[in-house]
Design a protein around this ligand. Structure first.
Ligand code: DGJ
Length: 542
C-alpha cells in the first residue's frame, strides 16, 4: 500500500497522473462540411433530448439515467430553465445544472444545454415570476389588435438585458465548473423562437421600429444574397429593389414583409444574448426552429424563426450562432434536413421526431451518411418504455461502432446514405436510388424482396455505405437491398464475398460469411428489415 501511495504521489508530482484538460469544443469549418470537434477529435453526436420538464428536479435526473444508458447515446440534450436558475433577480441557483454535469460525467456522456430563456416555442413561459409579473418593466409583444401576448417583446432592451444577464451567468458558471472536463459541448440559445398569432409584434416599441428606416446593412444583404430561397431577396425585388425607406416601402406591408422585420429583431436579440454568452465561455451555439406545415402563413407557423427562407438574414445578423437546426417532426425528414445542410450550416437535428418513432434509424443513417450531419437527437428520449430493445438503441449501437469510419469519410465522395423520400402526407417515394462510388454504381432498393409487402414499412428502411478500399464496401442499416454494376459499363460486377460484421469502438469483428440465399446466390446485398446489420462486401468484375 505504502509503495503504491508513494508511486501515486510521484506520478502526480510529475504531472503524469492528472488528465490533460480538453480544448474547448468547436465547429471546424476548415473542410467543406464542418465538423464538431470535441476533445481535439471529430465527434459524431448520437443524442437524445430530454422532455421539457424531465430535468427539473435531482430525483427526476436519477430516475431517467438508466434509460439514457440503455440507448447507447453519447450526448444528452437537457433544458436549463431561466425560472429555475434565477428565481429572484440576480440570485442564481445552479443546483440542477451541477446535478446534470455530475450524472453525465458518471455515465460517460456529454451534454448539450438548452437555454430556455425568454423564448420557448414562441412563448415566454420560462421567464421567472419576477419577470412575468412586471409587464410594465418587461413589456409583452402585442397582436395586430393591440392585445398583449404571452411572449415578451423582442423590442424591449429591458427584456433583452434580463435574458442576456441570466444566460451570461449560466455560461460563467460553466466556465468555472466545466472548463477542464468539457462535459458540455454545445448550447442552444432559446428554444424555437418565433411569433405565434401574428407575423410581427405590434407593441408600441415594435410599431416605432416598424415605422423607421430599414437598416442599410439589411438592404445590402438583400442585394447581395445568393440564397435562392431567400425571402428577403424576393420581397426586396418584388417591391422595386429600393435603396432605402421604411419597412413597408422596402419589403411590403404584407405578412412576408412583416416577417422579415420581426426576423431582423429576433436575430439581433439572439445575437446579443449569444455574443455575451460566448464572451463569458466560448462554446458552439445553435438555435432550433419549428418548421412549417404546408399552406401556413407567418404567425400560423412561428413567424420569423431561423427557417430556410430566412437563413441568409439570420446568419448575417446573428454571427455568434454557429448553426441553425431544424426540429423535424414531419414525415418529410429528408426534405427538411436537406434544406438545412450546407457548407455554411452543418446539419444538426436536435429534435429528430419523438423518441420511439420507427423512422429514427433510417433518418439517422441518411443524415450521417448522405447529409454529413454532426448530430442526431430524438425528443423526449427519457420516455421510451423499453429503451434497450428499441430500434433507436439498435441503430445507435451500430453507429457508435462505426463512428470513426463515418467521421473519416465525411466530406468525401466515398460515403452515401439512403432512405426513401417521404412526402408531408407520409407517402414514400420507393423508386430505387443509384449512386456512384469510385468505379462502382450501386442501386438501393427500399422494398425488401424477401418480406411480404404488407408486412414491411419501407418508409422505415435506411442505410449507409462507405467505400473502404478498392472494390470493398461497408453497408450498414436495415431494409435496403443493393445491386452493383461497373460505373464505366464494361462487363459486370459480382459479389466476391459478403461478411456480416459488427464493430466495437471501431474494431471490426466478423460474425459470419453470407452466401447462397443470403446474397441471392451472389446477385445482391441485402440488409434485412427489422434490425440494423452490417456487411463488409468485396466485389469483382467479370
Ligand atoms: C418542440 C420544442 O422545441 C420542444 O421543447 C417540445 O415542446 C416539443 N416541440 C414538443 O413536441
Amino acid at each position: 500500500m505504502g509503495k503504491i501511495l508513494l508511486a501515486l504521489i510521484m506520478l502526480t508530482a510529475l504531472g503524469m497522473g492528472a488528465a490533460r484538460a480538453e480544448d474547448a469544443p468547436r465547429l471546424d469549418r476548415s473542410d467543406k462540411t464542418g465538423a464538431l470537434v470535441v476533445g481535439d477529435r471529430p465527434f459524431l453526436m448520437l443524442g437524445g433530448e430530454l422532455g421539457n420538464s424531465s430535468a427539473s428536479s435531482l430525483e427526476d435526473l436519477d430516475a431517467l439515467w438508466p434509460t439514457l444508458d440503455a440507448l447507447h447515446l453519447n450526448t444528452v440534450l437537457a433544458p436549463v430553465s431561466w425560472e429555475l436558475i434565477e428565481p429572484e433577480e440576480g440570485r442564481f441557483d445552479f443546483t440542477l445544472v451541477d446535478g446534470l454535469l455530475k450524472r453525465a460525467r458518471t455515465h460517460g456522456q456529454r451534454l448539450v444545454l438548452l437555454w430556455f430563456g425568454s423564448r420557448k416555442n414562441g412563448m415566454s413561459s420560462y421567464a421567472p415570476a419576477w419577470v412575468k409579473r412586471d409587464s410594465a418593466r418587461f413589456p409583452r409583444a402585442e397582436d395586430a389588435d393591440g392585445h398583449k401576448m404571452e411572449s415578451l417583446s423582442a423590442f424591449s432592451k429591458t427584456n433583452l438585458a434580463a435574458d442576456r444577464a441570466a444566460f451570461v451567468a449560466l455560461m460563467r458558471h460553466l466556465a468555472k465548473v466545466d472548463a477542464k472536463t468539457r462535459t458540455v459541448i454545445m448550447a442552444q440559445v432559446e428554444n424555437e423562437i418565433g411569433m405565434i398569432g401574428a407575423a410581427r409584434d405590434h407593441s408600441p416599441l415594435a410599431n416605432k421600429a416598424y415605422s423607421g428606416d430599414v437598416p442599410a446593412a439589411l438592404i445590402r444583404l438583400a442585394r447581395e444574397s445568393a440564397d435562392k430561397s431567400s425571402a428577403l431577396k424576393a420581397a426586396w425585388i418584388a417591391h422595386g429593389e429600393k435603396k432605402g425607406g421604411d419597412w413597408k416601402t422596402v419589403f411590403g406591408a404584407d405578412a412576408r414583409g412583416e416577417e422579415i422585420f420581426q426576423a431582423w429583431a429576433f436575430a439581433g436579440y439572439a445575437e446579443s444574448v449569444a455574443a455575451a454568452g460566448k464572451a463569458a465561455y466560448a462554446l458552439p451555439f445553435y438555435m432550433n426552429a419549428a418548421l412549417i406545415r404546408p399552406g401556413k402563413k407567418p404567425g400560423d407557423y412561428p413567424s420569423a424563426a431561423p427557417l430556410p427562407h430566412l437563413l441568409d438574414l439570420w446568419r448575417a445578423a446573428a454571427p455568434s450562432i454557429d448553426l441553425f437546426a431544424p426540429d423535424i417532426y414531419f414525415p418529410n425528414f429528408s426534405d427538411w434536413a436537406g434544406r438545412y445542410a450546407s457548407p455554411e450550416n452543418p446539419l444538426f437535428i436536435p429534435e429528430a421526431g419523438h423518441a420511439g418513432a420507427a423512422t429514427a434509424p433510417a433518418n439517422a443513417f441518411f443524415a450521417f451518411g448522405e447529409l454529413r450531419a454532426i448530430g442526431f437527437s430524438p425528443f423526449a428520449i427519457n420516455t421510451m418504455a423499453t429503451p434497450a430493445e428499441s430500434a433507436l438503441a439498435d441503430a445507435y449501437k451500430a453507429l457508435a461502432g462505426i463512428a470513426s469510419l463515418i467521421l473519416a469519410h465525411e466530406g468525401s465522395d466515398q460515403m452515401r446514405g439512403f432512405r426513401a423520400p417521404v412526402s408531408f402526407d407520409g407517402e414514400p417515394d420507393l423508386s430505387p436510388q443509384t449512386v456512384t462510388l469510385g468505379d462502382c454504381r450501386i442501386t438501393a432498393q427500399f422494398i425488401d424482396p424477401w418480406t411480404e409487402r404488407d408486412r414491411q414499412t419501407p418508409a422505415n428502411h435506411g442505410a449507409l455505405v462507405i467505400k473502404l478500399a478498392e472494390n470493398e464496401f461497408l453497408f450498414a442499416g436495415a431494409g435496403v437491398t443493393f445491386t452493383f454494376e461497373p460505373a464505366d459499363g464494361a462487363g459486370r460486377a459480382g459479389v466476391l464475398s459478403a461478411d456480416q460484421v459488427d464493430y466495437e469502438n471501431g474494431a471490426e469483428r466478423t460474425l459470419r460469411r453470407l452466401n447462397g440465399d443470403e446474397t441471392h446466390q451472389g446477385r445482391h446485398i441485402r440488409l434485412p428489415p427489422g434490425a440494423v446489420t452490417m456487411q463488409r462486401v468485396k466485389l469483382y468484375r467479370y
